[in-house]
Structures are given as C-alpha cells and as structure tokens.
Design a protein around this ligand. Sequence first.
Ligand code: GLU
Length: 282
Amino acid sequence: MKSAIVTRFAPSPTGYLHLGHAYAAIFAETQARLAGGLFILRIEDIDVSRCKAEFEEAIYEDLRWLGLNWESPVRRQSAHLSDYGSALERLKKLSLIYPCFCTRGEIKAEIERAGGAPHGPEGPIYPGTCKHLPNDERDNRINNGISYALRLDLAKATEITGDLSWQDQTLGNQKTKLHEFGDIVLARKDIATSYHLSVTVDDALQGVTLVTRGEDLADATGIHRLLQSLLEYDVPQYMHHKILTNDDGKRFAKRDQSVTLRSLRAAGKTPTDIRAMIGLSS
Ligand code: GLU
C-alpha cells in the first residue's frame, strides 16, 4: 500500500460505538481525505473473551451509516497472531524478553512489602521480581506448567536504542518517558500478544504513516516508538486528539447506551447531526 498518507481507526469490538468513536473515526478519515491519502479500518480483537461478532458487525454498519469508506481488506488482529509471534521472536533473539510468573496478587503484595511503587500511566510499575531469576529456575517453572507472561526488559532495551523521540502534529516533538511504564507485558498465556505489541506491528505492516488517536494514549506512544526502533520499523507521524466528553466532563463509555451511534440513530439523529454534535462537520 503506497500513498502519501495512510491513517487508521482501530476499534475493539467489545461494545457499540459511541460519540467518542465517531470523533476518532471521522478525525482519522478526514486527515486521509484532505491529503488525498488512504483510510484503513482495523479490528483490534486480540482479547477474544471480550470481543463479540455482533459488535464487529455493528462497527461496519455504524461507520457506513456515518458515511465513511475504508480500504479493503479490513485487518482483524485475531487472524494475524503469527505476525506478533514473529516480532516477539525478534525481541527474544535480542535477549530483551523474560518470563514473569507473578500473579496480580503477588505483584501487589511485593509492592506493599517494598512500601509502594511509582505509578505510571498503566498503574504501579512492576517491581522486577522475576527479572533476575536464574535460567534453570525459569525452565523449571515453565516445565512445571506455571503460567507466565513475557515482559520487556526496559533497561536493556533502552541501552540498545538510546533516547528516542517522536513527532506529534498536535503536541510537537515528544520525548519518550519509558521509565513510567517499567517492564511492560508483551504477551500473556491466554493472549499471545498485547495492545502495545500488536498495534506497533500492525501500524508498520499496514504502512500507516499518520497515527491519529485520543490523547489518553500519547504516553503509550513512547512504548511503540521503542518497539519500532528495536524491530527496525519505519516511524509514523502522530496526531493525538482531544477526548470527547459528555456534559459532565466525563469521557463516553461503551456501557453508556444513550450515546451509542445506534441509539442516537434510533432516536432520529442523522449522520449530519452526529457530525455537528462532535464538532467535526467538514
Ligand atoms: N483499540 C484501541 C482503542 O479502542 C485503539 C488504540 C490506538 O488507536 O492505538 O482504544
């Protein structure tokens, strides 16, 4: 796929789309259209226990109703697990991945024992309990069927990449703040990848040149930037946009049925009304 600009909208089919999604989708489509580029839709369905076919169908229907068109075929992440596996293998070869056997409860207890842990955008930073386990102990636990996640050794990774930055068309030049994340999980036993890994791999494989998404994910871009560098991917531009909120200043939630596109449509709203409601009429 070669074009000046490729943008994407990447919803998870875990509920019906609401006004916040309409904003993100129309924002991405507009950036592509104004630049004569391509707009792609990606279904982020790696967490199969939470995703439903019914919600995926509703995504296509609601976006078509809004008047959006996207490139074919739609990439569904659940059909591409081997791509994420290959990326993990590359990171393993660089000795940047280690198995972590801690349960959530054990991590909490360890943090309490240590008198607390710094908090990052994704909660308390992992205290590194499994980081220095000897290899034979790791093998023993794995052979005994103890379940584990795979974590990225952040210190080693940043030794390879050095300081990194990324260009955001809204926020300007940004430096990664990776210490705020710690050794993030890149894959789990039940889900063989993670949001951070799959989104980085997909944006690269799909040739996305401009990632547009809510500003709540701006810090996470540092992780993606690090993975791009380790995996030798091209670096897209970014544009983090505001998060739409309701009259009480709270962001829309999938559980709030009153702002889903289908309930608004059932109440007689038109796509033009929706664009006016979210302030993206052009
Ligand atoms: N699937 C993510 C979401 O629904 C999209 C994240 C992204 O655009 O990188 O929030």
